[in-house]
Design a protein around this ligand. Structure first.
Ligand code: ADP
Ligand code: ADP
Length: 232
């Protein structure tokens, strides 16, 4: 489903260049829930952003669903990127737009016609259990509801892959469990492959089928559920 091969990324700093991700190769199986864990500064978030080319790798290739994204011209890349959803720790909703509009934004960007947009927006809001909040604004919602809106937005274009950057780190334990339930359901019911960056081991233990451990920009360990006491 997703293959990273020899991917590296350095950031230019005042006193030289800092290698945030070093020579990472990674295979994420279709329909898996793949966790990326490791200490703060290990490069997890950068690695996630390299998957949809929000960061351009300095070296290496990224292949999603059989298409090598790193080889595509900008126009085609934009189209392929629409098949990859992403959610964030702080939800990143547009504050002055309604829930419905937030969810419709990626559909507008993809050129989906109004009628189809309305239908699809209603569908994904129903899926995350927020059909009754369509006309509210993000500030009127709880953290868990905001993350559900972000999930609905990420699902709007029917992605094969959903990237999650610390999706529950701003949520209390009860709400975390709810959101993990939604992610599990997206994986099970829609067959969406999920990559999730988190520093919360409970998150990994409750939903991940595979885990990669990052340290100093590299993957230092990886295992599947049942292979290791860490992921029984
Ligand atoms: P993690 O998600 O594991 O905490 P990050 O991927 O956020 O790690 O960061 C890895 C390293 O790269 C950190 O040292 C961070 O300061 C640096 N870094 C990340 N993004 C940038 C950027 N845009 N410019 C400069 N340095 C960055
Ligand atoms: P950050 O700087 O925290 O990444 P951004 O403002 O760049 O926040 O937006 C993060 C995400 O929010 C984007 O990746 C996108 O999904 C969504 N988003 C925000 N504003 C828009 C917009 N005008 N059109 C489409 N998507 C948007």
């Amino acid at each position: 489903m997703l293959t990273l091969s020899g991917v590296s990324k350095s950031f230019e700093l005042k006193n030289g260049s800092y290698p945030a991700v070093r020579q990472v190769s990674l295979e994420v199986k279709a329909a898996s829930i793949h966790g990326i864990i490791g200490p703060s500064g290990a490069g997890k978030s950068t690695l996630l952003r390299l998957i949809n080319l929000l960061e351009r790798p300095d070296m290496g290739t990224v292949t999603v669903g059989g298409k090598e994204l790193t080889a595509l011209p900008e126009r085609q890349l934009r189209r392929e990127r629409q098949k990859i959803g992403m959610i964030f720790q702080h939800f990143n909703l547009v504050g002055n737009a309604t829930v419905s509009r937030n969810v419709a934004i990626p559909l507008e960007l993809a050129g989906v016609k109004r009628g189809e947009r309305l239908k699809r927006t209603a569908e994904v809001l129903e899926f995350v259990g927020l059909a009754d909040k369509a006309q509210q604004y993000p500030a009127q919602l709880s953290g868990g509801q905001r993350q559900r809106v972000a999930i609905a937005r990420a699902l709007a274009n029917s992605p094969q892959l959903l990237l999650c950057d610390e999706p529950t780190s701003a949520l209390d334990p009860g709400t975390t469990a709810d959101i993990l339930g939604v992610l599990k359901n997206i994986n099970a019911a829609l067959g969406v492959t999920i990559v999730i960056v988190t520093h919360e081991l409970d998150v990994v233990r409750s939903i991940c089928t595979e885990v990669s451990v990052m340290k100093d920009g590299g993957i230092v360990d990886s295992f599947s559920r049942g292979e290791h006491e860490f992921l029984p």
